[in-house]
Design a protein around this ligand. Sequence first.
Ligand SMILES: [Zn+2]
Length: 316
Amino acid sequence: MPAHPDLGPKPHLGYTQSRIERAAERRPDNAAIATLAAQPSAGAYVIGGDLIVMKKGSALNDPLFTLAEARALGAANETVFLGLLGDAARFGYGIAPAVAEALKTRDGFHVTDLRSIAVQGLVDATHLPPIAEAKAVLHWHARHRFCPNCGHATRAVQAGWKRDCAHCKAEHFPRTDPVVIMLASDGEHCLLGRSPRFVPTMWSCLAGFVEPGEAIEDAVRRETREEAGITCGRVKYLSSQPWPFPMSLMIGCHAEALTRDIVVDREELEDARWFSKTEIAAMLMRKHPEGLTTPPPVAIAHHIIRAWVEDEIDFD
Ligand SMILES: [Zn+2]
């Protein structure tokens, strides 16, 4: 039996396991949505571009506003029905980024980006999935005001889940961009890379967008070959994570490395190298002698790397 250190209970993967029932069947019914919005239990997440507005709390902040409170903060660019938490409706309320920015200096508010909120645990973790949902779909609205088919203005319908073009009758739906994020390994060692954007001590999985006409497994092999020059064989899916930066779905995989010689694509990566299981375990536990780390538990890369250390990968 290969021994690995006890890493403790598995952490929660951020933005997943939403408690919101999306209730998509309600979306076409404007009257029903208006009735839900008028209930005292209705709540809204207020988002201005990358900024999330919260009521400042002593321990945790509260990101949920009544719709009346939300309207008092600023006019909505769009309002999206996120779904139901029990009987209570939840909405995403999009305000202008400049309005959110101005709230940073107002007493009683805490306004910051979602990455900081997730990594620093600034709100109860159950709020993260609906905030991710709201942020991603509000971003889509902000970038799809005009029809890509004919150039005329579009308008939001279906409680914020579709945009229609009155001119050419085209219908536009919110999109999610698939990204593969993978750990290539040869059994004893795994391949991690560093982006120039990372903090200097952090190493993570390679990742890249799935291209049109490409299977997930092929994207994993292509990205690993392009970024690090490593040829991969079998690919195994692990799990996925919504990644609303701005609107991606991270598809977590393990890949079987067939070659060892790394050729780093310096356009994409600052560096890439092989790590042993012992070294990776130390990084996960924040005990690496050189202070090297993996991404935090909120990110899927942490879970992909941890699953490999804990011998959970079986390509057969
Ligand atoms: Zn059109």
